[in-house]
Design a binder for this molecule. Sequence first.
Ligand code: IPE
Ligand code: IPE
Ligand code: MG
Length: 254
Amino acid sequence: MSSWQKSDRGDAQDASSAPRVDGPRHVAIIMDGNGRWAQARGRPRLFGHHAGARRVREVVECCPALGVKYLTIFAFSTENWKRTQVEVAGLMSLFRRYIAKEMKALAAKNVRVRFIGDRVRLDAKLIQLMDALERETEANDGTHLTIALNYGGRDEVARATKRLAQDVAAGKLDPESVDEETLPRYLDTHVLPDPDLVIRTSGEARISNFLLWQSAYAEYEFIDTLWPDFTSEELARLCRNYGSRDRRFGAVKT
Ligand code: IPE
Ligand code: IPE
Ligand code: MG
């Protein structure tokens, strides 16, 4: 168990909501399958995205009982701009509405929200809402919800490397000192622990550019459920599975 896990274990909990001690502290989810869910109902893809967005609240709310302190969700990738203009515009509009609508509920539930990803391609109104939600929840110390929006692992590493190189050029960083601990300080996720468990819904067994650096030693679950059908019960089951896994981190048990 790493040091951040030890230090976070002492959270006051009443007996009924006491989290499992061997469950994942950081769960990251690739929320996939909205389009196929809609297609199966003869509806447009955006219908699936709306249904998917409605699933997020239940999943966030069940985290404290499962001992999940950090939840990171993949909402839009740097590659998703390749979709039709109608779908991209619909998703951006959905994100604006979701943030505005969920702002109060998340703040009241003691959820701290952060966004990761590159904001440059996002519209000004959306960025304003993202900033407001981060500000509104910054004093909260319950579940840390991180929303990956226009996020790509390779893009994140490239942006981090650029800033690191700028610090070297400015004489603020000695290149000889660069090691495994250096790059993560420049990543969007620099304040977060690495994910323990990465879940992908919809039956695809790939990571599609999600948390490349951070997931080096994550446990993975690829499940067939389409995201709009995902429930807190399924998350609880996956957390239990995680508890029975043997994480060796390259070492041999003695
Ligand atoms: C995931 O669902 C949501 C986003 C990528 C924005 P998809 O839209 O990828 O749904 P499928 O994979 O086509 O079913
Ligand atoms: C990954 O799903 C991105 C999100 C869930 C936001 P995609 O549907 O975009 O991934 P691919 O295209 O199947 O790899
Ligand atoms: Mg997909």
